[in-house]
Design a protein around this ligand. Sequence first.
Ligand SMILES: Cc1cc2nc3c(=O)[nH]c(=O)nc-3n(C[C@H](O)[C@H](O)[C@H](O)COP(=O)(O)OP(=O)(O)OC[C@H]3O[C@@H](n4cnc5c(N)ncnc54)[C@H](O)[C@@H]3O)c2cc1C
Length: 393
Amino acid sequence: MDFNYSPQDEAFRAEVRGWLEKNRQYAPSGRSPLDDGGNEDWQARVRWHKRLNEGGWVAVHWPKEYGGRGATVMERQIFREELARLDLIEPFLGMGISLLGPTLMHWGTDAQKNRHLPAILRADEVWCQGYSEPGSGSDLASLKTRAEDHGDYFLVNGQKVWTSMAQFADWIFLLVRTDPEAPKHKGISYLLVDMHSPGITVRPLVQMTGGRGFNEVFFEDVRVPKANIVGEKNNGWQVAITTLMFERSGNYGESVTQQVRELAELARRIPRNGATAWDDSGVRQRIARFASEAVALKYTAYRQLTRQLKGIPPGPEGSLMKLCGTELGLAVALYAMELLGPYSQMDFEAPFAVDSGKWSLRMLAARGPTIYAGTNQIQHNIIGERVLGLPKG
Ligand SMILES: Cc1cc2nc3c(=O)[nH]c(=O)nc-3n(C[C@H](O)[C@H](O)[C@H](O)COP(=O)(O)OP(=O)(O)OC[C@H]3O[C@@H](n4cnc5c(N)ncnc54)[C@H](O)[C@@H]3O)c2cc1C
C-alpha cells in the first residue's frame, strides 16, 4: 500500500475536518445505543444523523445516485480517521445506512430503492435486523419464523430475538421460511416488514449493562405485501449473505487504538504507592503490549484496504480483524478494571466513580462484539478452515 495521500485525498480530509470541527458540538457522547435504550440518548443520535445528512456526510460511501457522496475506499477511511481523531462516532441509527441500504442497492427493485433509500438518509425510517431466533444464531439457516403465501401477501408467524433497536425501528428486514420442505438454505426469503403492522409485539430485554437496546420481536398473523420481498421467493439466503458481508466488513481498528490511548491516560491518573500506576514498569509494559497489538491491527486493516483498492474481494483479514479487534477491546476493558481496583465496582454515573464509571460499563459491553456478526468461535473456525487449511471440526 502507498501510505502517501493524493492531493484529492488531502482536499477531502480538509473538507471533512473543517465540517466536523464546526459541527462536533452537535455529536452525542460515544455511548452505544446497544448499551442504553434510553430515549434521550436516542434523540441525540437522531439529531446527529440529521445534522450529518444536511452536510452530506451521513452515508459518504453510498453512490451519488442514491444520495451518498460516492466516496472512494480511501476517502471513507479518511472520514473514519477524522471522526476518530475528534473522538466522534460514525453515524449509527439502526441498520439502514450500514446494512439495508447497500443490500437494497444490489437486490432491491426500483420501487424499493426509491421508497426506502431517501427515507433512511433523512432518518425518517429506522431499520432493525430480524435474523436471530431462539435456537438459530450461529446456525442461522435453521430459522423457523414462517411466511405463508396468500396470493398478494405473506402471512408471517414466529419470533426473533436480540433485535437491536427494535423499540425505535419503523421497519425490519426479516428472514423467514417460505418453503419448509426445501433444504434449509433453499427455503428462506428476505422480507421488508413495517414494524407498525398489526400483529407485531416488541419486548425489551435488559442487558447486564442495564441498557435496553435488545428486544424480542413476536409476529402473529402479520400481513406483508408481496411487493416487499427482496430478491426471489426462497432465494433469501443469497440476499442475507450480502447483508452479512456488509456487517462483517465493519471497522474494528480505530476504536481500539483510541481505547488504548484512554487506558494510558487513566494509568497516569491512578495513584499508586506515592506515584501513579504509570510509574510502574509492569503497567507500562502491559499497555505497550496493547498498543503494539492495536498497531498490528491497524496495518492488517491497511492490508484489507489494499485488497479493496485493487478491487479484490475481501480476504481472511476481515475474520482476523473481527477476532483480534474484539478480543483486544475486551482485554483492554478488563485491564482497566485491574487498574481501578475497588473503584471498578462502581456503577455507571455513580458518585465518586472514576470517569463517571465508563470503564465498568465498557467492560460489561465489551463481550457483545465478541458475539455479534459471527461469534469469535465461528471466526476461529473460518480462520482454521479457510486460512490454515485445517480439516472441518
Ligand atoms: C450486541 C449484540 C447485538 C445483536 N444484534 C442483533 C440484531 O440486531 N439482530 C439479530 O438478528 N441478531 C443480533 N444479535 C444476535 C447475534 O447475531 C447472535 O447472538 C449470534 O449470531 C450468536 O448466536 P446465538 O446467540 O444463538 O449463540 P449460539 O449460536 O447458540 O452459540 C452459542 C455458543 O456456541 C458456540 N458455537 C456455535 N456454533 C459453533 C460452531 N459451529 N463451532 C464452534 N462454536 C460454536 C458460539 O460461538 C457460542 O459461544 C446480536 C448479538 C449481540 C451480542
